[in-house]
Ligand binder design. Structure first.
Ligand code: 5GP
Length: 198
């Protein structure tokens, strides 16, 4: 039997691409550990502290930045987000796969990280929405937001999408089931990578 170190699966994509659903679903099956981020944004209805995010005051977030506790952190839409080193590092050594749902700035920081454990573990994937029309319809789906809010989200999404070439893999979203099949296939293939077998 071979033993391996964990995969660090970095997943980005604009809101409306379905990336969070993909990451959560794989984690709910017990296949990977979902890295719970810290954020200074307020919880949305139904979000649970410690499960969806660690919701922090700005001062506490700043303290963690200064203490060097974050593997990466970034400002997204006016709020701070970051991944604690402790959410990731120990798990990889134990052969536990970790999935991070982070924006393009955070993904760039993970890519630039020269920690040998991170370099060996990391795989990055960009989830691309099916089309601009479909994205617009997904972003306006809630029906409660102002047209300006929807237009801002769409602009942000298009900006984020311009970074897809920085990733090793790109998943062009189709149906939920098909997306999940392909996402899982990527993880399965990564589990066979010789460089992570010990
Ligand atoms: P939301 O506020 O809608 O949950 O997330 C907004 C954006 O922040 C999404 O693109 C999400 O992937 C990103 N994000 C969530 N957690 C982190 C994190 O820890 N670091 C970075 N860089 N981005 C994050």
């Amino acid at each position: 039997m071979s033993v391996r170190t964990g995969i660090l699966l970095v997943v980005s994509g604009p809101s409306g691409s379905g990336k969070t659903t993909l990451c959560r679903r794989l984690a709910d099956l017990g296949e990977v550990r979902y890295s719970v981020s810290c954020t200074t944004r307020a919880p949305r209805p139904g979000e649970v502290n410690g499960r969806d995010y660690h919701f922090l005051q700005t001062s506490e977030f700043q303290r963690l930045v200064e203490a060097g506790e974050f593997l990466e952190h970034a400002e997204v839409h006016g709020n701070h987000y970051g991944t604690l080193r402790s959410e990731v590092l120990g798990h990889l050594d134990q052969g536990i796969d970790v999935v991070m749902d982070i924006d393009v700035q955070g993904a760039a920081q993970v890519r630039a990280c020269n920690d040998p454990g991170i370099m060996r573990a990391r795989v990055d994937l960009f989830v691309m929405p099916p089309s601009e029309e479909e994205l617009e319809s997904r972003l306006s789906g809630r029906g409660t937001d102002d047209p300006e809010v929807i237009a801002l989200r769409l602009r942000n999404a298009l900006q984020e999408m311009s970074h897809w070439r920085e990733y090793r893999y790109m998943l062009h979203s189709s149906t939920r089931e098909r997306d999940f099949e392909r996402f899982r296939a990527l993880v399965e293939a990564q589990r066979m990578r010789v460089s992570r077998l010990t």
